[in-house]
Write a protein that binds this ligand. Structure first.
Ligand SMILES: [Zn+2]
Length: 501
């Protein structure tokens, strides 16, 4: 959940400037990976398999110093390639030799190695840098949130450029080792497992490892003074949760929600299949924002999510993304329904399980909230456009689309699909069309028209009553003609504030 960072209209104009990757023998990589929503995101010509980030951060000054080592493989002979990064670089070495570099655009770093990269050959890229992330701005805005005791990197679709150089697009996922040195008494929270921590001369170093492919925007860093709780799931995975010591009146509700991470994940495993990563948890830093984000293995929650008391529904949403969004990632940002339609639907399933309203009742209620002439129905969840990437329609209409699918094919096949897809596409990327084809394969039914209606056709579709095959359809007291507000509705609606800036 989330909001986009960069004004898309500005980027749309730069689309024309993108240099297509050609088949020439030794070429310059393009400054974008080819995503029409965000033409400057990612870069062409190479893949990154691993990031090793060795960082030091001083909360008093916001100074971040780092050495990033990227293990890459060129996909073509490259005389030059780009990284996405915003902080000041002092040196770059490629395969050990000093490289020339220059900056361009909002966040492009153009690297010219001493020797061209050879196609299909591994290459190491070492970038040394230092800067204050809060002072780097794109369109006057920084994704890095300063807190009274540190700083936080958690944003979608872009946050990496504020703290490490990368190929910044979900198409190029990699494993991560993130090592952070901070003053004693301060913690550094990141993704995955805390491999070790040690103190020396007034500084403490935290070594985090995320050992499955991870998109760059799902890498996270939070530095500050936290209370940390730990646990273990029934299957033996470590749980690490962290709460700023400075959450004020939201502290209790934050803990009462995020401490249920293990329980929620256990339930989600029953719906989506085995949990895909090496650790679990969540963190709540003392930031002024209101959104939450599915940062891999360790979602970010703004304290405001808990201003009205505990809200387990937001935990359900962000943990559902670990399967739908993190393990199976968008192919391009237009495929955002692959993430958000399912994360929203998981909130409806949790409500159904808790006896607070079935998914059908929530779909009926959501459907009835907006009249046919409401602009809400003009947004296409299957290709919403960059301005509407995180529009409510991607979530709500996107989730009604899944209820329509469930009613069309019945519970048995529907839940087989929900569980099968994260395995079918584990650690990869997918387009909306890939899901449609998968659903057709598993259900053995033609579904193109259903998805065309719900995901790609502007206007309010007809919403048919559930087929007799659906056991958990409407309860007798809530006929389709006159939906009542499900008990879970307000808590689910509260999670919509995550779109706010
Ligand atoms: Zn979401």
């Amino acid at each position: 959940m989330h909001r986009k960072v960069i004004a898309p209209s500005v980027l749309a104009a730069s689309l024309l400037l993108v240099i297509p990757a050609s088949a020439a023998s030794s070429v310059q990589g393009a400054p974008g990976i080819g995503d029409p929503y965000y033409p400057a995101s990612g870069n062409s010509g190479y893949d990154v398999s691993h990031y090793d980030l060795r960082l030091q951060y001083q909360p008093k000054t916001d100074l971040l110093e780092g050495t990033a080592t990227l293990l890459t493989t060129a996909r073509q002979d490259l005389s030059r390639f780009n990284l996405d990064f915003g902080l000041k670089v002092s040196e770059i070495r490629v395969n050990g030799a000093k490289a020339k570099f220059a900056t361009s655009g909002d966040h492009e770093l153009e690297v010219t190695p001493a020797q061209p990269l050879k196609k299909d050959t591994p290459a190491s890229v070492v970038v040394k840098y230092a800067g204050k992330p809060s002072e780097f701005k794109i369109d006057g805005w920084s994704a890095w949130q300063r807190t009274p005791d540190g700083g936080v990197a958690a944003q979608e679709p872009d946050s990496a450029v504020w703290w490490f150089p990368s190929n910044d697009h979900p198409l190029d996922k990699a494993t991560f080792d993130i090592s952070v040195n901070v003053p004693d008494g301060t913690q550094a929270i990141s993704n995955g497992v805390l491999q070790s921590q040690s103190s020396r001369l007034g500084w403490t170093r935290y070594n985090w490892r995320s050992n499955k492919p991870q998109a760059t925007y799902l890498a996270t860093l939070a530095i500050g003074k936290f209370d940390v709780t730990t646990g273990t799931t029934a299957s033996g995975l470590p749980i690490v949760n962290a709460y700023s010591k400075d959450l004020g009146d939201n502290a209790g509700a934050a803990r009462a929600s995020v401490e249920r991470t293990g329980e929620v994940a256990e339930w989600l495993e029953g719906v989506f299949g085995p949990y895909p990563f090496n650790a679990l948890g969540g963190y709540v830093p003392n930031v002024p924002s209101s959104f939450a984000l599915e940062t891999q293995t360790r979602p970010f929650y703004s304290p405001k999510q808990f201003a009205n008391g505990a809200n387990v529904s937001v935990v359900v949403h962000e943990l559902a993304h670990q399967w739908y969004g993190d393990s199976v990632s968008v192919d391009g940002w237009k495929d955002i329904w692959i993430n958000e339609g399912f994360a929203r639907y998981s909130q409806w399933l949790w409500s159904e399980k808790e006896g607070e309203g079935t998914a059908q009742e929530l779909a009926d209620w959501t459907y009835g909230l907006r009249a046919a002439d409401d602009p809400f129905w003009q947004v296409k969840p299957g290709d919403p456009g960059p301005d509407n990437q995180f529009h409510g329609a991607v979530y709500d209409r996107g989730a009604i689309a899944l209820q329509a699918l469930r009613n069309e094919i019945g519970d048995e096949k529907f839940f087989k699909i929900l569980k099968g897809w994260p395995t079918e596409r584990a650690y990869g990327n997918a387009k909306v069309g890939d899901f449609v084809r998968y659903a057709e394969k598993v259900s053995n039914k033609p579904l193109a028209q259903l998805f065309e209606t719900w995901l790609y056709t502007p206007g309010k579709p007809a919403f048919a009553p559930p087929a007799a095959t659906s056991k958990t359809a409407r309860s007798p007291k809530a006929p389709a003609a006159k939906p009542v507000e499900p008990k879970s509705w307000k808590k689910i609606a509260e999670t919509n504030t995550i779109h706010d800036h």
